[in-house]
Design a protein around this ligand. Sequence first.
Ligand SMILES: CCCCCCCCCCCCCCCC(=O)SCCNC(=O)CCNC(=O)[C@H](O)C(C)(C)COP(=O)(O)OP(=O)(O)OC[C@H]1O[C@@H](n2cnc3c(N)ncnc32)[C@H](O)[C@@H]1OP(=O)(O)O
Length: 225
Amino acid sequence: MNFRLVDLSAEEIAQQLSVVEPLTDSVRGLIDAVIRTEVDDDELNAAREQIDAIVARLRTKQKPGSFGVQFTRELSGLSWGNAAVGARNGIAPPMRIVHHEDGRATCDVELGAAYEGPGGLVHGGVSAMLIDQLLGEAASVGNGLPCFTGTLTVKYLRPTPLGPLSMSAETVRREGRKIFVRGEICTADGPTVTAEAIMVSPKELPSRDQIMKLRAELAAQDGQG
Ligand SMILES: CCCCCCCCCCCCCCCC(=O)SCCNC(=O)CCNC(=O)[C@H](O)C(C)(C)COP(=O)(O)OP(=O)(O)OC[C@H]1O[C@@H](n2cnc3c(N)ncnc32)[C@H](O)[C@@H]1OP(=O)(O)O
């Protein structure tokens, strides 16, 4: 697994996010505009040339592979490439604000044209991805144990319209490294999707000792600098 500790303070992270999140929102705007524009072919070709120039500009300095998951010294995860919540990922729905309280995770999200399956409705795979993320966060944060999805069961009760949605997830019970969670996606009229999952904290995650060793190495670097 691509796991790395980074030496960033909360202020430095906030500073980076203040630049990155508006850029990602602009990319989301681009995706939405490409889907819905009705300009003529010449305009489309001109737009493509401009987009290609921007891509070339960004590629002048680029990470190899994926973004990976970086952790701060305080063990906050910076999963900025994540498909569901990545702050740098324009494909990820704008699912940023996840509230955790008493083992329950909640989140509001507004899904536009980029998340369509049947006409005017949310794609079932998108619903599954979003609720999977929230279930995973409820299990991981609620129990202080980073988890992977082992089994996910999704029930589509009625079509989910594009637009504003609210989601919630909570732990039902824990058996060793297995955490049983359930959650739902709702419109103002009630749930459209319910889901259950068995989240498993993998035995091969970096151990607390390994994490502490990495933190000590960062502290030693501070001492030298
Ligand atoms: C510091 C704290 C805060 C951290 C704060 C971080 C926040 C972070 C938020 C993360 C939010 C992520 C939300 C998205 C989550 C993904 O999208 S994860 C990606 C999708 N999932 C995967 O790729 C998982 C692939 N599978 C695997 O890696 C491994 O099979 C697993 C699931 C980790 C299990 O491997 P393992 O640790 O070797 O498990 P193993 O020892 O064989 O079995 C342990 C127990 O789990 C059961 N089990 C194993 N596999 C499964 C399964 N697939 N289904 C059901 N049960 C299973 C076994 O039966 C066994 O049960 P018992 O015998 O103990 O009763």
